[in-house]
Write a protein that binds this ligand. Structure first.
Ligand code: G3P
Length: 224
């Protein structure tokens, strides 16, 4: 499963890239707004840091405006993928963009029927938001299972990006289902690495190793 980082923060992206686990980046208007910078300049910098896809979202809600925003965004860098909201006008825009060879990530997906339509119009990626279901006491991961089944029934090429990830179990479940990608906030990437037994194990090894070095030091001084 590919891992994207869900952030527009350059420091977080650099750190995750240096770990060698980042296959791409997803941003959204909320994440970009947090950075307080020109969006174009920010995207240029992010696209230079990663070779994989970098999603950037349109703000317009009308088909023509979305298409023209998408064309502008796609000129920023070769690896830009344009995020389009899952509304009727958005699906129409994806159809146009897909014919122009502009890559799209259809976002704010909350149902299998929406995902089916996104695939039919030629979306390259679909972003089901699972955490927002969990937030309202519904099982978000069921949506991923259903989309995975529908896409494999018809051999759709649209890649599933598990989005709105809240914790490491979301990643594990996504991988068990066979989702193509999970887009993960930096804090959750750090949680993925951590295990208390690993930390305890390291402490124990280091403590035991102290005894070995003490014996070695004693031997050296008694040989003098
Ligand atoms: O990639 C979409 C994701 O950023 C949304 O996450 O936490 O706002 O539900 P969240």
């Amino acid at each position: 499963m590919k891992i994207f980082i869900d952030t527009a923060n350059v420091r977080e992206i650099k750190e995750a890239v240096s770990m060698g686990i980042v296959d791409g980046v997803t941003t959204n208007p909320t994440l970009v707004a947090k950075e307080n910078r020109s969006m174009t300049e920010l995207l240029e910098e992010i696209c230079a840091l990663v070779s994989g896809p970098v999603s950037a979202e349109v703000i317009s809600l009308q088909t023509e405006e979305m298409v023209s925003e998408a064309r502008k965004l796609s000129r920023i860098a070769k690896n830009i993928v344009v995020k389009i909201p899952l509304i009727k006008e958005g699906l129409q825009a994806v159809r146009v963009l897909s014919r122009e060879g502009i890559k799209t990530n259809v976002t704010l997906c909350f149902s299998p029927s929406q995902a089916l339509l996104a695939a039919k119009v030629g979306a390259d990626f679909i972003s089901p938001f699972i955490g927002r279901f969990d937030d309202i006491s519904q099982e978000g991961m069921d949506l991923i299972r259903n989309i995975k089944l529908i896409y494999s029934n018809y051999n759709f090429k649209t890649e599933i990006i598990v989005a709105s990830v809240r914790n490491p179990m979301h990643i594990v479940e996504a991988a068990k289902i066979g989702a193509d990608i999970a887009t993960v906030p930096f804090a959750v990437i750090e949680q993925l690495i951590k295990h208390p037994l690993t930390d305890i194990g390291i402490q124990r090894f280091l403590k035991d190793w102290e005894k070995v070095s003490q014996i070695q030091t004693q031997k050296v001084s008694s040989a003098r």
